[in-house]
Design a protein around this ligand. Structure first.
Ligand code: HEM
Ligand code: HEM
Length: 169
């Protein structure tokens, strides 16, 4: 007999399991999109300045969605940060905090020298092109942080891809 898993008791474990994989698959699609989005944003000269600015803002919005999806994990670990935790979990938390600060700085420095996004909002940036180096520095740091972040989730990524291949077969 199937074990009820939801409050009303109408959903079974059998029915719920594929739903979890579908959700994981959707998460993986978003993760892949932000991974390639980062690559496009990093190649600012290929897209040109205006597209780069708007694309950067869209990318920041996608990151926000990514963070909201992982928020329960963040709160859960934050509350247990000073208790006994696996080292990798603690490292993952610190890395996520570093990512948040780094991408916050990329967006801030980008907006400060913006010639398209800020004027469209009726505002003027405070910085000139001298901010480019700082913007670029944080962007370069992001490469290392993103690669480490993806490496920490590598097993999860492979698991979801394998499961997807099995379902499609
Ligand atoms: C190119 C950028 C990024 C990529 C490719 C990426 C990829 C991933 C992957 C594959 C996962 C595991 C599955 C999932 O929960 O979706 C994940 C989880 C997570 N990411 Fe990212 N991520 C990126 C940027 C960021 C940034 C900037 C932050 C912080 C603001 C962040 C915070 C989180 C959190 C809180 C989780 C869930 C908790 C965890 O397992 O670490 N990610 N990310
Ligand atoms: C993940 C997001 C982003 C990444 C990885 C990124 C990366 C870069 C890189 C590598 C450059 C070239 C620096 C150089 O001139 O050598 C650049 C330039 C620039 N970025 Fe971003 N950027 C991002 C988001 C943004 C955002 C959100 C804005 C503003 C709304 C912005 C505004 C600019 C501006 C104005 C330039 C200077 C372009 C020029 O002078 O030709 N960026 N960015």
């Amino acid at each position: 007999m199937d074990i009820p898993t939801n409050i009303s008791g109408t959903e079974s474990v059998k029915a719920a399991a594929p739903k979890i994989w579908t959700l994981n698959y959707m998460k993986l699609l978003l993760d892949a999109a932000i991974f390639f989005g980062f690559w496009i944003a990093y190649n600012a000269h290929a897209t040109g300045r205006t597209i780069h600015e708007w694309f950067g803002m869209a990318f920041a919005a996608a990151l926000l969605v990514h963070l909201v999806i992982g928020w329960r994990w963040v709160v859960n670990i934050a509350m247990r940060l000073f208790e006994k935790l696996p080292n990798m979990t603690r490292l993952g938390f610190l890395l996520n905090a570093a990512l948040l600060i780094d991408f916050g700085m990329i967006t801030y420095t980008g907006l400060a020298m913006s010639h398209a996004v800020l004027p469209a909002l009726g505002l003027t940036g405070t910085a000139g092109r001298e901010m480019r180096h700082t913007h670029e520095l944080y962007s370069n740091l992001a490469i290392a942080l993103v690669l480490a972040h993806v490496a920490l989730h590598w097993k999860w990524i492979v698991g979801v891809v394998r499961r997807r291949i099995d379902v499609v077969k």
